[in-house]
Design a protein around this ligand. Structure first.
Ligand code: NAP
Ligand code: ZN
Length: 361
């Protein structure tokens, strides 16, 4: 057996350490991958701090390798048209036996019989190398996107929401008189990596897009948003929100007070997407008027989690297009690169962070 350096935790109790773990040889239908970069998100930090009670180690183990955002290179593979040196992104979720899982939609798993790499009962990718099923690898055809392809995993969540929107917005006439979304408005709550990707995608789709937080953000962050024609506002300041109401609301804060408040701005036939999750936040109450608002305006409230292999592929294509036409802004999305020894990066968010990554090579 080979040995790898790996960043591990003991879920659900938390903690983080860099240790040696064994790696088995690939079996039929599996590839050996060398990890290039792994991204860090709030879920990793939640597991490390012991705040995510639903997280658990692989069966019979007292540790789990962390990390679900990854770009890797094929060291050896047979199948799925993969060659040595190809860049790939591993899809994180392994499905079980429900009908959605059986048709390649474990993101819509209906009985909770599934595992998420680095989160629930399955090792993640924060290690020098790993073995993975070739059918769960998404090839990055355009090598020039490799330096930002670690964003594929968070981006696939966004692609799933926009895929769902393409169905929901057929329920009524949703676009403007010119047949486009150019007169429609989108509001994204929260300025983390997911909020950025949602706002960039909304703007690209044609929406007049605003992203908000209840405090200011850095000049570097504002410049990236400018490049994508996304307007930032600190909504703790009176009059910061654009007044006309919005057709698409995406909440990445998970704060019920923010979500409920912003839902009141959604226009008739609009959509409010619940994406962010946060158990450690004060409750907020909903009034009868709030329900009347949703009912009378035919508002769709959509919960969305994860994405399928197709959404990973869509994400690679979208990142590749952005990497070509806005290379500087895309590179600025990676706000820090760290060595695996620097496990402290998993304890706290960095000031002005959009995406911190660990470089394994
Ligand atoms: P993140 O970096 O923690 O971003 C959350 C953002 O929300 C931060 O900018 C935070 O601001 C902001 N925020 C918190 N409360 C707010 C409020 N009341 N008003 C406005 N903004 C507020 O996390 P992320 O990686 O972007 O992910 C976003 C959320 O989606 C997280 O909750 C994450 O757990 C969840 N998530 C969901 C899925 C899914 O499939 N549904 C997948 C991945 C992640 P400050 O911290 O700067 O104050
Ligand atoms: Zn399932």
């Amino acid at each position: 057996m080979e040995q790898d350096r790996a960043i591990t935790t003991n879920a659900p109790f938390g903690g983080v350490s860099l240790r040696k773990v064994e790696r088995e040889a690939p079996a039929d239908g599996q590839a050996l991958l060398s990890t290039v970069e792994t991204g860090i998100c709030g879920t990793d930090r939640g597991i490390v701090s012991g705040a995510l009670g639903f997280s658990y180690n692989p069966a019979g183990r007292d540790y789990m390798v962390l990390g679900h955002e990854c770009i890797a290179r094929v060291a050896s593979a047979d199948g799925e048209g993969l060659r040595k040196g190809d860049y790939v992104v591993p899809a994180t979720r392994s499905g079980g036996g429900c009908l959605n899982c059986l048709v390649g939609r474990p993101d819509n798993c209906s009985d909770n019989d599934r595992h998420d790499a680095g989160v629930t009962g399955k090792d993640g990718f924060m290690r020098d190398s790993f073995v993975y099923s070739t059918s769960d690898l998404v090839k990055v055809n355009d090598e020039s996107v490799a330096d930002v392809a670690v964003l594929t995993e968070p981006m696939k969540n966004v692609m799933k929401v926009f895929d769902s929107l393409s169905h929901i917005t057929k329920l009524s006439v949703y676009h403007g008189k010119d047949g486009t979304l150019r007169s429609r408005r989108a509001l994204v709550v929260g300025t983390g990596c997911e909020g950025f990707l949602f706002s960039m995608m909304a703007s690209d789709a044609g929406y007049i897009t605003q992203i908000v937080n209840r405090h200011d953000i850095s000049e570097r962050q504002k410049r990236i948003l400018d490049t994508f024609d996304v307007d930032f506002a600190d909504y703790s300041r009176p009059g910061a929100l654009q007044g006309e109401g919005v057709d698409l609301l995406v909440d990445t804060s998970g704060d019920p007070a923010a979500l409920l408040g912003m839902l009141r701005h959604v226009r008739p036939n609009g959509v409010g997407v619940c994406f962010g999750t946060n158990e450690n936040v004060a409750p907020a109450s909903m009034s009868g008027g709030d329900i009347i608002n949703i009912v009378e305006k035919n508002i769709v409230v959509l919960g969305s989690v994860d994405g399928s292999k197709k959404h990973y592929m869509d994400a690679v294509r979208q990142l590749s297009a952005w990497r070509k036409c806005r290379p500087d802004a895309m590179k600025q999305m990676i706000t820090g690169r760290f060595r695996p020894e620097n496990t402290g990066i998993l304890l706290a968010r960095q000031p002005g962070e959009i995406k911190s990554v660990i470089s394994w090579q």
